[in-house]
Design a protein around this ligand. Sequence first.
Ligand code: FEO
Length: 405
Amino acid sequence: MIKAVELTDGIFRISANIGSRDLFEGIWPIPNGVSLNSYIVRGDKTALIDMVKDWEGAVDEITVQLKSLQIQLEDIDFLVLNHMEPDHTGWLAELRRRNPAIRILCSKKAVPLVKAFYGIEDNVQAVGTGDTLDLGGRKLVFVDTPNIHWPETMMTFEPEAGVLFSCDAFGAFGKVGEAVFDDQLSTSQHQFFERETLRYYANIVSAFSPFVERGIKKLENENIRIIAPSHGIIWRENPKKIIGDYLKLASYMNGPAEQEVTLVWSSMYGNTEALLDSVIKGVEAENIPVTVHRVPQEHASFVLASAWKSSGLIIGTPTYEYKMFPPMYAILDILDRSHVYNRKAMRFGSYGWSGGAQKQYDEFSKSLKWDCIGTVEYQGAPTEVARAAGFQMARELAVAVKNWK
Ligand code: FEO
């Protein structure tokens, strides 16, 4: 069982770890699980900030932790909902049934969602930037931070201890063990959460990167000493680190990202695959690292994380029934939805009787504002000329990545 953890006098994390059985948001694999964090803030009155859904015993987990703090559900005076996504609100109807007097505070845009998801209209109060909640000896301040990552999202700040309850922002995938705070993690645990922060950001936040930058700007005058997100670890030694990491990830939308190339490829009978080696060698000739993903064998979640941090992209895909090979179409669709904009890119691939993949690649690359170096496309198996062209084009791409500062 997880224990309640005190952040500072009267502020506690209560949390549940979810395993790897389900997909996050019904789409993203979580091979290392994910934590759902809620927070208790105690003044004369008690507030619960964000919640859980009844997912793999999460409700039982946090109920036991509340009891360890001598808090029954009926003792909670206020429920602050920073965000309406059901991983943080799924248990709302049952909580309200068990504690009908609880007052719900959320952003103006969240009010109709509380009704739509849970049929609750009573005792729901809209709050916005600058509004405060007096708990008696302690106050909470609200800040609208729309689209990090839904339109209704906000954050809650406790100014005395400088605790920012940021909900999804500054979060990560991955279960949290006994090391809860950034200063308790080993180097390898930090590396683990850096990887899970990247994949979490690329999968669920990246499309909203301009809002991340705006939200962080809004918070710059607050004296933030602790960042307490609703997924992942708590930052108390160096909260600036995770803010800086999020700003860096947000900047990748406009490029440059990191000086590396993500190569994602599909092949039906090996004729597109046959160019792979030449293309990889072309990138490596410029000493630029290249990460290779094959689809549909690899899940889009991992391809997207890799693509988000790469300044260069190489798409290897054949034509299939006059169009792009469907698994690669699905990948480009995800890259488009996630706004993997402004990359140096190239394509290679084979066709049989007719082309068609290139037309769809051109449409995506236009929508994604990619700077396309070119395409090496051939009928059937690649000739030596095609292999040489693949090497040369990949090398040009690597040079463009290297020179993009
Ligand atoms: Fe963790 Fe957008 O919910």
